[in-house]
Design a protein around this ligand. Structure first.
Ligand code: NIG
Ligand code: FE
Length: 427
């Protein structure tokens, strides 16, 4: 007899998904498959069939079905993918709000020993179990909001034991939480106070000691640097990213966030999988990203929170045909939100991205920014059965009706993990 299906979802009012395993740039970002009266069948955690209901039912034949769900006419999309977060950290930084309101800038707060440095001291002091518990709760919130894969950066240790502690927490969460957690080493997030007068010594320590240790212990897939005026220069960033590459950690770059320092060009030069922020990237930088096939990960929540003009998404898509992804940048300083849905609304309202482009940006392109385009990001046979049933009829409604959680149910690898905005069971 044919093998049983683990999950069959019928009665989908509309199934909307990008297609393929490579990032979509330019006009391709707006081209989605949109299927009325659809169904999805899953087995062994993966999609077996997704498409018109009659076709899926015909493919299912008379196979036994473990769980049969009626979507009752709801919209279904792939699970959301948050390709840039600072998931694991201690504490919060609401006290910085009053400084901000007085006009003190993000980089001024950092230079005065606050900002990232404050979270570094909190995280250094925190017990590993407490970091785990805080990040676990965050993942639960993200999951109830439709996120099924998340990237997690270190970078609140700035010394080996704490960087390692953060990366171990992310690794354990990936093992025990339904969410897929993809780790990035960000030892170069700021120059630690101890090295203020000799930043190159810290750069050497990250490149020559921490990067090899991360690789030996298999603690991360990617290596990131905060390449920014007053933080790490292009020269220093290059040293670290090339060391990462030699040790098998693919580069990512926090690039041109507050000023154009040539971060986008550097990302292309070192073969980064993504360049993130890009508010001030030059035209040469954007061209280099397009030629290098680098995904532009945009973080409009951060621009909003810091009172900055958001990245020029239209120019990136229309003039440079760049593949754009969107992420929360969830962190305690510049974007304290778990909600990719809010970021989606901001992408339309502040960057004039269309609902279709936004869906591609938080699914397929985000998956590709994490090297997961072959595994998730679209609803096609062979990919993980990661999807969301929405209290909506079309993607435009999700983007237009902002500030609320539209999920009805979230499915991760064929298991229902959240219903009515609450986590259920476990994988
Ligand atoms: O992506 N820009 C640097 N890093 C984070 C902020 C981290 C923090 O402020 O704690 C970001 O915005
Ligand atoms: Fe960030």
């Amino acid at each position: 007899m044919e093998e049983a299906l683990d999950l069959l979802v019928t009665g989908i009012g509309r199934l909307v998904t990008a297609e393929g395993t490579f990032p979509k740039g330019g006009k391709g970002m707006g081209m989605l498959k949109s299927i009325p009266k659809a169904a999805i069948a899953a087995r062994a955690r993966r999609v077996v069939a997704a498409g018109p209901e009659e076709e899926v039912l015909a493919a299912a034949g008379d196979r036994p079905v473990g769980r049969w769900l009626d979507a009752a006419g709801r919209l279904v999309t792939p699970g959301l993918i948050d390709a840039h977060t600072h998931l694991v950290h201690a504490g919060s930084r609401e006290h910085e709000l009053s400084l901000k309101l007085q006009g003190v800038s993000y980089l001024e707060i950092l230079a005065a020993g606050g900002g990232i440095q404050r979270t570094v001291s909190d995280t250094r002091r925190a017990a590993e179990d407490d970091l785990y518990e805080k990040a676990r709760r965050t993942l639960d919130v993200m999951m109830t909001m439709g996120t099924t894969t998340v990237e997690a950066k270190s970078g609140y240790g700035l010394e080996w034991e704490t960087e390692r502690k953060q990366l171990r927490v992310a690794r354990e969460l990936n093992r025990h939480h339904p969410m897929d957690v993809v780790s990035t080493f960000l030892g170069a997030h700021a120059v630690p106070g101890e090295y203020r007068d000799r930043p190159d010594d810290y750069v050497a320590q990250v490149a020559e000691e921490m990067v090899p240790a991360v690789a030996r212990e298999h603690l991360a897939e990617f290596c990131d640097v905060f390449c920014e005026e007053g933080v790490f220069s292009v020269r220093q960033s290059r040293v670290i990213l090339e060391a990462g590459r030699r040790w098998g950690l693919r580069p990512k770059v926090h690039a041109d966030e507050m000023a154009d320092t040539g971060g986008a060009e550097l990302a292309a030069e070192v073969g980064a999988i993504s360049a993130d922020h890009l508010l001030h990237a030059s035209e040469d930088g954007l061209r280099a990203l397009a030629e290098g096939g680098v995904v532009a990960v945009l973080l409009p929540g951060t621009a909003f929170f810091l009172g900055e003009t958001p990245a020029p998404a239209r120019k990136m898509i229309d003039e440079f045909a760049l593949p754009v992804a969107l992420a929360t940048d969830y962190n305690p300083g510049s974007s304290p939100t778990e909600s990719l849905q809010l970021i989606m609304a901001m992408a339309a309202a502040t960057m004039r991205m269309t609902p279709e482009e936004i869906v591609t940006a938080v699914t397929l392109n985000a998956a590709c920014a994490l090297g997961r385009g072959g595994e998730t990001g679209t609803l096609e046979p062979g990919k993980w059965a990661d999807f969301v049933l929405w209290e909506a009829e079309n993607p435009a409604y999700l983007v237009y009706r902002f500030g609320v959680n539209h999920t009805h149910a979230v499915v991760k690898k064929g298991h229902v993990v959240a219903v009515n905005k609450k986590v259920v069971g476990s994988c």
